[in-house]
Write a protein that binds this ligand. Structure first.
Ligand SMILES: Nc1ncnc2c1ncn2[C@@H]1O[C@H](COP(=O)(O)OP(=O)(O)OP(=O)(O)O)[C@@H](O)[C@H]1O
Length: 250
């Protein structure tokens, strides 16, 4: 019997084609992927490779044309949009490049909302929010509106919102893509910190330097996994080498 951690996410044969104005875009062309509990997996690759589409499929934000996804061993094929929304709230935190905060809700309300929707009492939601925002260095910003915060601060609020229900899986789509270098370091350091505490993370980034914070890097090219390498803790691949290790230590 294997003593590997259990798979949190198991995708088999995923296929997705986008039909737009021009020729169909074969964004994901048959992807098998298993992410185990506690792994920090970076998916990297050039623009247009299909990374975001893959992440959207994994989070149920888009439906595959073929293949299947299991979450904690449970098949998701028959899940409706509504079921995905409910499951996502509890089981999958997602952060996006442009934060996607609700602009007319305060920082506190943005973070508490998913907890309340998931069935927490207002007191529980407040306690979780206070704890997370304090930890993310946003203790004094509860009453601020998202538009009053820097990009880095907004992304930390988005991270708090994504983690407020303690989801087993965090998906991050270019979370530093719109941040300056300080904001980028901040967000990457926080992802590393949550990973060290056991959070399972799938990070999409076109930046190999950011990918080196992960312990496994998947190179995505033309809708397929071109390489899947474990890193050795210094950012170097056990199989080859990835340049530009990012300094993320606290
Ligand atoms: N909603 C859509 N409609 C039509 N085509 C799409 C749509 N979303 C993505 N595509 C196309 O699918 C392909 C993969 O796009 P995707 O955004 O997944 O790649 P990516 O690797 O994340 O790129 P980037 O790093 O630039 O974000 C591209 O050719 C893109 O133009």
């Amino acid at each position: 019997m294997s003593d590997s951690p259990a798979p949190v996410l198991h995708a088999e044969g995923l296929v997705k084609t986008h039909y737009g104005e021009g020729a169909p875009a074969h964004a994901v062309r048959g992807v098998d992927l298993c992410v185990r509990q506690g792994e920090f997996v970076a998916v990297t690759g050039p623009s247009g490779a299909g990374k975001s589409t893959l992440l959207h499929l994994l989070g149920g934000l888009q439906r595959p044309d073929g293949g299947s996804i299991r979450l904690d061993g449970e098949r998701t094929d028959a899940w409706s949009e509504a079921r995905w929304a409910v499951e996502r709230r509890k089981r999958i935190g997602i952060v996006f490049q442009f934060f996607n905060l609700v602009s007319n809700l305060s920082v506190a309300d943005n973070v508490e909302l998913p907890a309340l929707l998931a069935g927490c009492t207002p007191k529980q939601a407040r306690t979780e929010r206070e704890q997370l925002l304090g930890e993310l260095g946003l203790g004094g910003k509860e009453r601020s509106m998202p538009g009053e915060l820097s990009g880095g601060e907004q992304q930390r609020v988005a991270l708090a919102r994504a983690l407020v229900n303690h989801p087993p899986l965090l998906l991050a789509d270019e979370p530093a893509g719109s941040l300056d270098s300080k904001g980028t370091r901040e967000v990457m350091r926080l992802l590393s910190r949550f990973h060290q505490r056991g959070q399972t993370i799938v990070l999409v980034t076109h930046d190999a330097r950011l990918a080196s914070a992960a312990d496994r890097v998947i190179s995505f090219f033309d809708g397929r996994i071109a390489d899947d390498a474990e890193l050795d803790g210094t950012g170097a691949s056990r199989k080859g080498g990835i340049s530009g290790v990012l300094e993320l230590r606290d």
